[in-house]
Design a binder for this molecule. Structure first.
Ligand SMILES: NC(=O)c1ccc[n+]([C@@H]2O[C@H](COP(=O)([O-])OP(=O)(O)OC[C@H]3O[C@@H](n4cnc5c(N)ncnc54)[C@H](O)[C@@H]3O)[C@@H](O)[C@H]2O)c1
Length: 269
């Protein structure tokens, strides 16, 4: 049920961290048609690499044209942290993935799967649901950028958290249309802090104390790229056939501790 043989798989952000770990696993699960879209060339066992900048609509469109039809599984995994300008963070994390997905969806195989790498940082989506639905309804790239600039009150304070709120809402919203129209499921994984090269940016943006607190509250050992890659691979496989529109929390229990009042905030002062 985790078999990837005979599947055409596309994965963004496969040169590092979670994506690179997922490339290894997907290849080991029998995939011989695995294309990575990234700004950096992957060193792992992908069968093709299309240099793609998810912040640039022309680059995304060129990748769509090169990929063509018949995609079975699409992993929207590439992402950047909140150390960059909101416009850039939102382009990479929130505008590029829907554009890529819209471009590939029409030719995707029924029974296929789309898996987004979101984050527990996006758990605040209920308070911005209306605004996020408004943004997701804007297909035009420049109009969407203008919307982000016009809504600095919610996009600029913590652009990364907002971008991952968008990812969670998009996963729920897209699951219905994609499943009803194309028979394609859409889910996301929502990790806590992961030991990848990106963690340095999160420490810079959120402070080391907060990241360490999150790790301490979830058993004391930080998630690894392999931990999250396994979850991605499961969501892209037939093992998750019943899941659609699901934002799967993968944080070793951190959110559960917070929700049940068991988290210890004393270390945060
Ligand atoms: N590391 C964490 O603590 C953490 C926690 C929750 C969620 N995430 C999410 O996990 C995903 C993977 O991140 P990671 O931790 O493996 O980080 P990483 O930096 O190791 O990997 C990110 C990948 O995205 C690629 N990338 C960056 N900008 C790009 C662009 N403009 N166009 C195309 N590719 C681009 C990078 O080259 C790299 O291969 C991201 O979506 C991130 O937001 C990470």
């Amino acid at each position: 049920m985790f078999d990837y043989s005979g599947k055409k798989v596309i994965l963004t952000g496969g040169s590092s961290g979670v994506g690179a770990a997922a490339v290894e696993m997907i290849a080991n699960l029998g995939c011989n048609d695995l294309t990575v879209l990234d700004i950096n060339e992957p060193t792992g066992p992908a069968t093709a690499y299309i240099p793609t900048d998810m912040s640039d609509p022309d680059s995304v469109d060129a990748a769509i044209a090169e990929i063509g039809d018949g995609v079975d599984v699409l992993f929207n995994n590439a992402g950047v942290a909140g150390v960059h300008e909101p416009d850039f963070v939102l382009r990479v994390n929130s505008l590029g993935p829907p554009r890529l997905t819209r471009g590939l969806l029409g030719g995707m195989s029924s029974g296929g799967a789309i898996v987004n790498t979101a984050s527990i940082a996006g758990q605040g989506w209920p308070e911005n649901l209306g605004a996020i639905m408004e943004l997701l309804a804007i297909e035009d790239w420049e109009l969407a950028r203008a919307w982000v600039a016009d809504h600095a009150d919610i996009t600029a304070g913590d652009p990364y958290a907002f971008s991952k709120q968008v990812a969670q809402v998009w996963t729920m919203q897209g699951s219905r249309t994609m499943h009803h129209e194309r028979g394609v499921r859409m889910n996301s994984v929502c990790p806590g802090p992961i030991d990848t090269p990106l963690i340095g940016d999160f420490i810079q943006h959120m402070t080391e104390a907060l990241i360490q607190w999150a790790v301490d509250q979830s058993g004391g050992v930080m998630l690894t790229a392999d931990d999250i890659a396994r979850t991605l691979v499961m969501l892209g496989s037939d093992a998750s056939a019943a899941l659609n529109g699901h934002n799967l929390i993968a944080d070793k229990g951190l959110s559960a501790s917070v929700a049940t009042g068991q988290a210890d905030y004393s270390a945060l002062g």
